[in-house]
Design a protein around this ligand. Structure first.
Ligand SMILES: Cc1ncc(COP(=O)(O)O)c(C=O)c1O
Length: 298
């Protein structure tokens, strides 16, 4: 096998798998491996799960894509299920986690626009990872992902993860321009970093006091990975916006941005979901929604 025609991005190992079943993988020489990586938090229910295999096969023979010009019944059903599980009210589907976060960042911009803030700022965390589009790279931290991509779009302020005093300081310095905090409840790519107990709740309270949106990136922590459907549920809070991907599709490309329909002082409330749909028009395939819906035990 040669990789000469591929762009050199991830420098993959000289190891290629041809088959997977549950937690096991097999390489080209027939050697068996225990898959402890799970596609980096993607294959939550394992490889070749029989329900997934039959769901994808069945849908591929029926219909793969129509576009968002039409109502997509499975999208609506998945939205209903996710909003019910999370306590959110609206969902918007994309093809990846980075796109879901782009939607969240657009909602933050719209929120600021509605409030008449000309240059809205989003607070993000040091060592965060939110994706590899230019916008989400900008919200992410560290040379490992950002090197070579300057100038990245601005509009972000970084604070140390878990540090409430730092949030107070940015509030004093930039308060009127801040519209949202975007963070992972548990940082994933930087090595499974947890914030001190009570931090998330305190951030929620700060967002309430300042009318900022609390936007949680649950792309790695969501869909049951921490023992609850979503990591924020351990803290007894609900964010204003939440993003999902990875385990939502178990390998099929899908992302979702969920929002409470009426964040404080956002008006008119119904415009939030409608506007995001107008601005960000995803592929909206039928199959990933259908698969995702059919195979989660909820
Ligand atoms: C917390 C978090 N956010 C966003 C992303 C980006 O998701 P995707 O690779 O689906 O664009 C990742 C991917 O690792 C992630 O871990």
């Amino acid at each position: 096998m040669t990789t000469a025609c591929l762009m050199t991005t991830y420098q993959p190992l000289a190891l290629s798998f041809i088959k997977g079943l549950g937690t096991r993988l097999w390489d080209q020489a027939g050697r068996e491996y225990l898959d402890a990586v799970a596609g980096v938090a993607v294959t939550n229910v394992g490889h070749s799960h029989p329900k997934i295999v039959s769901a994808i096969s069945e849908q591929a023979g029926l219909l793969l894509h129509t576009s968002n010009l039409y109502s997509i019944d499975w999208q609506q059903r998945l939205a209903e299920k996710l909003t019910r599980l999370s306590g959110m009210e609206r969902a918007f589907f994309n093809n990846s986690g980075a796109e879901a976060n782009e939607t969240a960042l657009k909602l933050a911009r719209l929120y600021g626009w509605h409030k008449g803030i000309e240059q809205p700022l989003v607070v993000v965390m040091e060592n965060a990872f939110h994706g590899r589009t230019l916008g989400t790279l900008s919200a992410s931290d560290g040379p490992a992902v950002r090197l070579g991509f300057n100038e990245l779009p601005g509009d972000f302020i970084k604070v140390p993860f878990g540090d409430l005093k730092a949030l107070d300081t940015v509030q004093q310095a930039h308060g009127p321009r801040i519209v949202a905090i975007l963070m992972e409840p548990i940082q994933g790519e930087s090595g499974v970093q947890r914030a001190p107990p009570g931090y998330l709740k305190a951030v929620r309270e700060l967002c309430n006091r300042r009318s900022w949106l609390l936007m949680l990136d649950e792309i790695q922590t969501g869909i049951g990975r921490t023992g609850q459907w979503f990591a924020f549920q351990h803290e007894g809070i609900v964010p204003d916006v939440m993003t999902l991907a990875k385990g939502l599709g178990n390998g099929v490309p899908i992302g979702a941005c969920l929002a409470r329909a009426e964040p404080r002082s956002y008006s008119p409330p119904a415009a939030m979901a409608a506007r995001s749909a107008v601005i960000h028009w995803p592929a909206g395939s039928v199959a990933p929604c259908w698969r995702s819906l059919k195979n989660k035990a909820c």
